[in-house]
Ligand binder design. Structure first.
Ligand code: T5A
Length: 215
Protein backbone atom coordinates (compact mmCIF):
# COMPACT_ATOMS: atom_id res chain seq x y z
CA UNK A 1 0.00 0.00 0.00
CA UNK A 2 1.22 3.51 -0.86
CA UNK A 3 2.45 5.49 2.14
CA UNK A 4 0.72 8.84 2.76
CA UNK A 5 2.33 12.15 1.76
CA UNK A 6 3.91 14.42 4.33
CA UNK A 7 4.01 18.18 4.75
CA UNK A 8 7.02 19.86 6.39
CA UNK A 9 7.46 23.61 6.85
CA UNK A 10 10.46 25.78 7.76
CA UNK A 11 9.85 29.02 9.63
CA UNK A 12 11.75 31.91 11.18
CA UNK A 13 12.38 35.63 10.80
CA UNK A 14 14.40 36.80 7.78
CA UNK A 15 18.10 36.00 8.00
CA UNK A 16 17.80 32.97 10.32
CA UNK A 17 19.00 30.70 7.49
CA UNK A 18 15.79 29.16 6.13
CA UNK A 19 16.95 29.27 2.52
CA UNK A 20 20.38 27.94 3.50
CA UNK A 21 18.87 25.07 5.48
CA UNK A 22 16.08 24.23 2.99
CA UNK A 23 18.72 22.60 0.79
CA UNK A 24 20.00 20.53 3.73
CA UNK A 25 16.49 19.40 4.74
CA UNK A 26 15.57 18.50 1.15
CA UNK A 27 18.82 16.62 0.48
CA UNK A 28 18.47 14.64 3.72
CA UNK A 29 14.88 13.66 2.98
CA UNK A 30 15.40 12.99 -0.74
CA UNK A 31 18.05 10.41 0.10
CA UNK A 32 15.56 8.64 2.33
CA UNK A 33 12.56 8.93 -0.04
CA UNK A 34 14.40 7.81 -3.15
CA UNK A 35 14.95 4.41 -1.57
CA UNK A 36 11.17 3.91 -1.50
CA UNK A 37 10.47 5.54 -4.89
CA UNK A 38 8.79 8.66 -3.54
CA UNK A 39 9.27 12.29 -4.58
CA UNK A 40 10.05 15.43 -2.66
CA UNK A 41 8.56 18.77 -3.68
CA UNK A 42 10.47 21.86 -2.54
CA UNK A 43 8.44 25.03 -2.52
CA UNK A 44 7.93 28.36 -0.74
CA UNK A 45 5.39 30.94 0.39
CA UNK A 46 4.28 33.38 -0.64
CA UNK A 47 4.77 31.73 -4.03
CA UNK A 48 5.22 28.23 -5.36
CA UNK A 49 3.13 28.60 -8.56
CA UNK A 50 3.32 31.22 -11.35
CA UNK A 51 0.28 33.12 -10.05
CA UNK A 52 1.35 32.90 -6.41
CA UNK A 53 4.86 34.07 -7.36
CA UNK A 54 3.28 37.11 -9.03
CA UNK A 55 1.40 37.82 -5.81
CA UNK A 56 4.72 37.47 -3.94
CA UNK A 57 6.28 40.11 -6.20
CA UNK A 58 3.35 42.43 -5.49
CA UNK A 59 3.66 41.83 -1.75
CA UNK A 60 7.41 42.31 -1.41
CA UNK A 61 8.00 45.22 -3.78
CA UNK A 62 8.79 48.46 -1.96
CA UNK A 63 6.12 51.04 -2.92
CA UNK A 64 5.01 54.55 -2.05
CA UNK A 65 1.40 53.54 -1.47
CA UNK A 66 0.81 52.27 2.06
CA UNK A 67 -0.34 48.64 1.90
CA UNK A 68 -3.31 48.13 4.19
CA UNK A 69 -2.72 45.33 6.72
CA UNK A 70 -5.91 43.59 5.61
CA UNK A 71 -4.85 43.74 1.94
CA UNK A 72 -1.55 42.13 2.90
CA UNK A 73 -3.33 39.40 4.82
CA UNK A 74 -5.77 38.65 1.99
CA UNK A 75 -2.99 38.57 -0.61
CA UNK A 76 -1.04 36.06 1.53
CA UNK A 77 -4.08 33.80 1.61
CA UNK A 78 -4.87 34.35 -2.09
CA UNK A 79 -1.37 33.11 -2.93
CA UNK A 80 -1.80 30.23 -0.47
CA UNK A 81 -5.13 29.14 -1.95
CA UNK A 82 -3.51 28.86 -5.39
CA UNK A 83 -0.45 27.10 -4.01
CA UNK A 84 -2.54 24.56 -2.11
CA UNK A 85 -4.85 23.88 -5.04
CA UNK A 86 -2.30 23.47 -7.78
CA UNK A 87 0.81 22.30 -5.96
CA UNK A 88 0.58 21.15 -2.34
CA UNK A 89 -2.66 19.12 -2.26
CA UNK A 90 -1.95 17.21 -5.52
CA UNK A 91 1.56 16.35 -4.30
CA UNK A 92 0.34 15.09 -0.92
CA UNK A 93 -2.45 13.11 -2.61
CA UNK A 94 0.18 11.41 -4.77
CA UNK A 95 2.08 10.36 -1.63
CA UNK A 96 4.88 12.88 -2.19
CA UNK A 97 6.60 14.84 0.57
CA UNK A 98 6.32 18.61 0.44
CA UNK A 99 8.90 20.88 2.10
CA UNK A 100 7.75 24.48 2.18
CA UNK A 101 9.77 27.59 3.11
CA UNK A 102 7.11 29.32 5.28
CA UNK A 103 3.37 28.62 5.50
CA UNK A 104 0.45 29.83 7.64
CA UNK A 105 2.52 30.08 10.84
CA UNK A 106 4.24 33.00 9.08
CA UNK A 107 0.85 34.67 8.70
CA UNK A 108 0.17 34.31 12.42
CA UNK A 109 3.66 35.66 13.16
CA UNK A 110 3.85 38.55 10.64
CA UNK A 111 0.27 39.67 10.08
CA UNK A 112 -0.87 38.61 13.59
CA UNK A 113 2.18 39.33 15.77
CA UNK A 114 3.87 41.95 13.59
CA UNK A 115 0.91 43.89 12.19
CA UNK A 116 -1.40 43.24 15.14
CA UNK A 117 -4.31 41.88 13.08
CA UNK A 118 -6.86 39.90 15.13
CA UNK A 119 -6.00 36.20 15.36
CA UNK A 120 -9.68 35.34 14.80
CA UNK A 121 -9.52 36.92 11.32
CA UNK A 122 -6.53 34.77 10.43
CA UNK A 123 -8.27 31.69 11.82
CA UNK A 124 -11.32 32.30 9.59
CA UNK A 125 -9.16 32.55 6.46
CA UNK A 126 -7.06 29.57 7.50
CA UNK A 127 -10.19 27.43 7.82
CA UNK A 128 -11.57 28.69 4.49
CA UNK A 129 -8.34 28.15 2.53
CA UNK A 130 -6.85 25.09 4.23
CA UNK A 131 -9.78 23.23 5.75
CA UNK A 132 -8.14 20.79 8.14
CA UNK A 133 -4.77 20.64 6.36
CA UNK A 134 -1.84 21.40 8.70
CA UNK A 135 1.88 20.71 8.41
CA UNK A 136 3.04 17.41 9.94
CA UNK A 137 6.27 19.00 11.14
CA UNK A 138 7.34 22.64 11.48
CA UNK A 139 11.02 23.39 12.00
CA UNK A 140 11.28 26.85 13.53
CA UNK A 141 14.75 28.41 13.38
CA UNK A 142 15.03 30.85 16.22
CA UNK A 143 17.29 33.89 16.37
CA UNK A 144 16.95 37.30 18.03
CA UNK A 145 16.31 39.98 15.41
CA UNK A 146 19.58 41.83 16.17
CA UNK A 147 21.59 38.79 15.06
CA UNK A 148 19.33 37.93 12.12
CA UNK A 149 19.48 41.53 10.85
CA UNK A 150 23.31 41.40 10.86
CA UNK A 151 23.22 38.36 8.56
CA UNK A 152 21.23 40.23 5.92
CA UNK A 153 22.82 43.65 6.53
CA UNK A 154 24.44 43.89 3.09
CA UNK A 155 21.24 42.99 1.21
CA UNK A 156 18.81 45.35 -0.46
CA UNK A 157 15.70 45.23 1.74
CA UNK A 158 12.26 44.36 0.33
CA UNK A 159 9.06 45.96 1.69
CA UNK A 160 8.72 43.59 4.64
CA UNK A 161 12.43 43.46 5.45
CA UNK A 162 12.31 47.23 5.86
CA UNK A 163 10.11 46.92 8.96
CA UNK A 164 11.29 48.02 12.42
CA UNK A 165 13.14 46.20 15.18
CA UNK A 166 9.90 46.27 17.18
CA UNK A 167 8.02 44.59 14.32
CA UNK A 168 10.48 41.68 14.05
CA UNK A 169 10.69 41.26 17.81
CA UNK A 170 6.89 40.88 17.84
CA UNK A 171 7.09 38.42 14.90
CA UNK A 172 9.64 36.31 16.78
CA UNK A 173 7.56 36.33 19.95
CA UNK A 174 4.46 35.23 18.00
CA UNK A 175 6.44 32.30 16.56
CA UNK A 176 7.69 31.31 20.01
CA UNK A 177 4.14 31.49 21.42
CA UNK A 178 2.84 29.31 18.58
CA UNK A 179 5.66 26.82 19.09
CA UNK A 180 4.58 26.40 22.73
CA UNK A 181 0.99 25.58 21.82
CA UNK A 182 1.56 23.44 18.70
CA UNK A 183 3.35 20.12 19.26
CA UNK A 184 4.27 19.84 15.56
CA UNK A 185 6.85 22.63 16.14
CA UNK A 186 10.51 21.85 16.77
CA UNK A 187 12.46 24.93 17.83
CA UNK A 188 16.11 24.96 16.76
CA UNK A 189 18.49 27.74 17.73
CA UNK A 190 19.95 29.35 14.62
CA UNK A 191 22.56 31.24 16.66
CA UNK A 192 25.16 28.48 16.42
CA UNK A 193 27.54 27.92 13.50
CA UNK A 194 25.89 26.35 10.44
CA UNK A 195 27.31 22.80 10.94
CA UNK A 196 25.83 22.68 14.45
CA UNK A 197 22.46 24.03 13.28
CA UNK A 198 22.39 21.36 10.57
CA UNK A 199 23.41 18.66 13.00
CA UNK A 200 20.38 19.60 15.12
CA UNK A 201 18.07 19.75 12.09
CA UNK A 202 19.37 16.32 11.05
CA UNK A 203 18.54 14.90 14.49
CA UNK A 204 15.07 16.42 14.31
CA UNK A 205 14.47 14.80 10.90
CA UNK A 206 15.68 11.40 12.15
CA UNK A 207 13.29 11.61 15.12
CA UNK A 208 10.45 12.60 12.81
CA UNK A 209 11.12 9.76 10.36
CA UNK A 210 11.26 7.31 13.27
CA UNK A 211 7.94 8.64 14.64
CA UNK A 212 6.32 7.87 11.26
CA UNK A 213 7.86 4.39 11.17
CA UNK A 214 9.94 5.51 8.20
CA UNK A 215 13.22 4.29 9.69
N1 T5A B 1 5.45 36.56 4.90
C1 T5A B 1 5.41 35.29 4.38
C2 T5A B 1 4.38 37.07 5.63
O1 T5A B 1 4.43 38.24 6.07
N2 T5A B 1 3.27 36.30 5.82
C3 T5A B 1 3.17 35.03 5.30
O2 T5A B 1 2.13 34.36 5.48
C4 T5A B 1 4.28 34.51 4.57
C5 T5A B 1 4.21 33.12 3.98
C6 T5A B 1 8.95 36.26 2.49
C7 T5A B 1 8.45 37.43 3.26
O3 T5A B 1 7.05 37.28 3.35
C8 T5A B 1 6.64 37.39 4.68
C9 T5A B 1 7.82 37.03 5.51
C10 T5A B 1 8.98 37.51 4.67
O4 T5A B 1 9.20 38.87 4.98
P1 T5A B 1 11.14 34.90 2.37
O5 T5A B 1 11.32 34.52 0.98
O6 T5A B 1 10.70 33.84 3.26
O7 T5A B 1 10.27 36.22 2.50
O8 T5A B 1 12.45 35.49 2.68
P2 T5A B 1 13.19 35.76 3.97
O9 T5A B 1 12.69 35.23 5.24
O10 T5A B 1 13.40 37.23 3.83
O11 T5A B 1 14.38 34.85 3.64
P3 T5A B 1 15.82 35.25 3.69
O12 T5A B 1 16.48 34.64 2.52
O13 T5A B 1 16.01 36.71 3.90
O14 T5A B 1 16.24 34.64 5.04
P4 T5A B 1 16.65 33.20 5.35
O15 T5A B 1 16.27 32.31 4.21
O16 T5A B 1 16.17 32.85 6.68
O17 T5A B 1 18.22 33.36 5.43
P5 T5A B 1 19.36 32.83 4.45
O18 T5A B 1 19.38 31.36 4.39
O19 T5A B 1 19.32 33.60 3.19
O20 T5A B 1 20.62 33.26 5.33
C11 T5A B 1 20.97 34.61 5.53
C12 T5A B 1 22.49 34.73 5.65
O21 T5A B 1 22.92 34.12 6.84
C13 T5A B 1 23.92 33.13 6.59
C14 T5A B 1 23.71 32.71 5.14
O22 T5A B 1 24.88 32.22 4.58
C15 T5A B 1 23.25 34.01 4.51
O23 T5A B 1 24.36 34.78 4.18
N3 T5A B 1 23.70 32.06 7.57
C16 T5A B 1 24.46 31.91 8.66
N4 T5A B 1 25.52 32.60 9.12
C17 T5A B 1 26.06 32.20 10.30
N5 T5A B 1 25.60 31.12 11.02
C18 T5A B 1 24.56 30.42 10.60
N6 T5A B 1 24.10 29.40 11.33
C19 T5A B 1 23.92 30.81 9.37
N7 T5A B 1 22.87 30.34 8.67
C20 T5A B 1 22.74 31.13 7.59
Amino acid sequence: MKKPGCFITLEGVEGVGKTTNMAFVCDTLTEHLQASGRNLVRTREPGGTPLAEEIRTLLLAPRDEVVADLSELLLMFAARAQHLESQIRPALAAGDWVVCDRFTDATYAYQGGGRGLPIEHIQVLEKLVQGSLQPDLTIYLDLPWDLAAKRIADRERDRLESESHQFFTAVRQAYLDRAKSHPRFVVISAAEALPEVQHNIGRCLQDFLRSRSEL
